[in-house]
Design a protein around this ligand. Structure first.
Ligand code: SF4
Ligand code: SF4
Length: 176
């Protein structure tokens, strides 16, 4: 017998589940192709409420995952660092910006500053950022799932499903 409480046109989506970080690689292997197709479709024809959809799913995902239990972004990738970031961080360490660059940074293939090493040298053993108040802008904005004009950030989302369990969960819901 059909469920008398369910409207016939009601769309039922799976509840949002954030995978454990050590399951991420397998999940991306299994679902990455479908997720890339979803993001491509959204980029070609973004729905009007795309920002709202992302915002809602972003909030749901980060209610379910505590970054201190993960730390995968800080362990496996480097933020870009711009002039203001370098000024702020070098002031924190009472270093000259040039010395900070020499000690911690390198240029990537696009000529932008990034960290010389991963995990990030400012990441603690407890996954806490030791320079939290002065962290780079890119760290503040990661994983870039609650911006305005999200249709312009979908390439980043595609990249970050492989790094961030929350992004994986968000895109999985968009695919549903
Ligand atoms: S500066 Fe902090 S938030 Fe940014 S990568 Fe390093 S540890 Fe992570
Ligand atoms: S932003 Fe994503 S990858 Fe980074 S610590 Fe939080 S859940 Fe993990």
């Amino acid at each position: 017998m059909s469920n008398p409480f369910k409207h016939p046109n009601q769309i039922v989506t799976k509840p949002l589940e954030v995978p454990a970080v050590d399951e991420l690689r397998k999940k991306v292997f299994q679902q990455g192709k479908a997720m890339r197709a979803t993001l491509k479709k959204l980029k070609q024809k973004p729905p009007r409420d795309l920002d709202e959809q992302f915002e809602k799913l972003h909030n749901q995902a980060f209610k379910k995952i505590d970054c201190l239990s993960c730390g995968n972004c800080c362990k496996t990738t480097s933020p870009m660092l711009f002039e203001k970031d370098i000024e702020r961080l070098s002031a924190r360490f009472k270093m000259k910006p040039g010395d900070f660059v020499t000690q911690y940074l390198t240029l990537d293939t696009d000529g932008l500053y990034c960290l010389q090493q991963t995990p990030c040298p400012f990441l603690g053993d407890d996954n806490a950022c030791s320079v939290y108040d002065d962290r780079p802008k890119a760290c503040r904005e990661f994983p870039h799932t609650s911006h305005r004009k999200m249709h312009t950030h979908l390439a980043l989302a595609q990249h970050n499903i492989e790094i961030c369990p929350a992004v994986f969960a968000i895109v999985e819901q968009l695919k549903a």
